[in-house]
Design a protein around this ligand. Structure first.
Ligand SMILES: Nc1nc2c(ncn2[C@@H]2O[C@H](COP(=O)(O)OP(=O)(O)O)[C@@H](O)[C@H]2O)c(=O)[nH]1
Ligand SMILES: [Mg+2]
Length: 371
């Protein structure tokens, strides 16, 4: 249950909008919601207007002033860090130009109670873009289609910026580790949240073009974002590869532990092999679970505590891996003439381990599991 919300609003030359916009935001928000404006010393005096309004909402409206124009993405990231430091449970990112309609705020807060990320979507039934030229509309639809093909079809609106991020999602993504800027930063945040197992829901929004003033995003930013899609994809894919290597090392350590205990109990103490072997399997499984939780899948586990329930599901995954291992080994032994049977066993181990890795990544250590 999330209660402590922060609405983050970056501004650069929004004097024509900011007063009316903030009043509309407060009118739509429950009393406990705070707002942080991040202004980059707008020459049109946006910050001055915000300061004036702070007298009307003394403990709820905050202003962060930065010395020069540093871009909207960097403003959002700094606002998220500020929100995490100040103990907020979730942050709703909004532009100040009324293209992010404050009427949707209650819907975002409601959806945020059960989800790590709520994406304001213009591209699902009920959502739409208003007053946008045919060309710009077509361009953003094509861009989203391209992102859906390359980053995943689960999210329809990849480029939109009206989104709610829970503390859990922001910690999973790692605000300080977001490297792209411009529109790409939306893609990177969403892709990281998605690939690290955050629960995501899309909320249909009506998106009118800005009320006053002009866009500060040149069209070249969109082109840059489309090129960045590859970089973002690769960044997260290499993460999976790293996870796989850590998972394999953990498995190797587990095997050493297994053999050591087996040697001590069966060879030195003379205990019967079958119960010793089962005991070794259970001890190794606990060791593997703890190392995978704290190391291989630390990114998606974040601060989630170790749990018996999760260990049991990990154990089931290991048994499934073992079954595949035996099946593959048997099939190979019965289908080919091999100089050594261990070749079949080695192939079986690899197949079992790959299956076990996917079960671990997408079931056992998936963040959603604890919800
Ligand atoms: N703090 C800060 N805010 C910015 C900057 N550039 C744009 N913004 C704000 O970010 C939001 C979105 O910018 P906008 O120009 O409307 O981009 P568009 O909606 O993609 O065309 C608006 O609230 C802008 O005032 C910047 O350099 N610094
Ligand atoms: Mg805008």
């Amino acid at each position: 249950m999330q209660e402590n919300y922060l609405i983050t609003v970056p501004t650069y030359n929004e004097a024509e909008n900011i007063d009316e916009f903030l009043k509309a935001v407060f009118a739509e928000s429950p009393a406990e919601v705070n707002v942080l404006v991040i202004d980059d010393s707008s020459p049109d005096g946006t910050a001055r207007l915000v300061k004036k309004l702070m007298q009307e909402y003394p403990s709820r409206l905050h202003l962060m002033e930065r010395p020069g124009k540093q871009g909207g993405a960097s403003a959002f990231l700094q606002a998220f860090s500020w929100g995490l430091e100040h103990g907020f449970d979730a942050m709703l990112a909004m532009d100040a130009d009324f293209s992010h309609d404050p009427h949707h705020i209650p819907q975002f807060l409601e959806a945020g109670k059960n989800n790590d990320v709520v994406i304001g979507s213009r591209l699902i039934p009920g959502g739409r873009i208003e007053n946008r030229s045919f060309f710009r509309d077509l361009l953003s639809k094509c861009a989203s289609g391209y992102c859906r093909v390359l980053l995943g079809a689960k999210i329809h609106d990849w480029t939109g910026g009206y989104n709610l991020w829970s503390k859990k999602a922001l910690e999973t993504i790692g605000v300080e580790s977001v490297v792209t800027r411009g529109y790409s930063f939306q893609l990177e945040m969403k892709y990281k949240a998605l690939s690290r197992g955050c629960s995501i829901v899309e909320l249909p929004i009506v998106f009118p073009e800005r009320k006053h003033g002009t866009s500060k995003m040149p069209p070249s930013f969109l082109a840059k974002a489309l090129a960045d899609v590859w970089r973002i994809r690769f960044m997260c894919k290499s993460e999976s590869l790293q996870q796989f290597f850590k998972f394999a090392i953990t498995g190797g350590l587990g095997t050493i532990t297994n053999l050591l205990i087996f040697f001590l109990c069966a060879d030195r103490l003379g205990l019967p092999e079958i119960p010793v072997s089962i005991g070794c399997f259970i001890v190794t499984s606990v060791q593997n679970y703890v190392i995978n939780h704290k190391w291989s899948f630390a990114l998606s586990m974040n601060k989630t505590p170790l749990s018996v329930k999760r260990w049991l599901s990990f154990l089931c995954g290991s048994l499934l891996g073992l079954a595949v291992n035996i099946a593959v080994m048997q099939i190979i032994i019965h289908s080919f003439v091999l100089p050594y049977k261990f070749i079949a066993q080695a192939t079986g181990i690899i197949c079992g381990m790959i299956l076990n890795f996917f079960v671990s990544k997408f079931v056992v250590f998936r963040k959603k599991y604890v919800k």
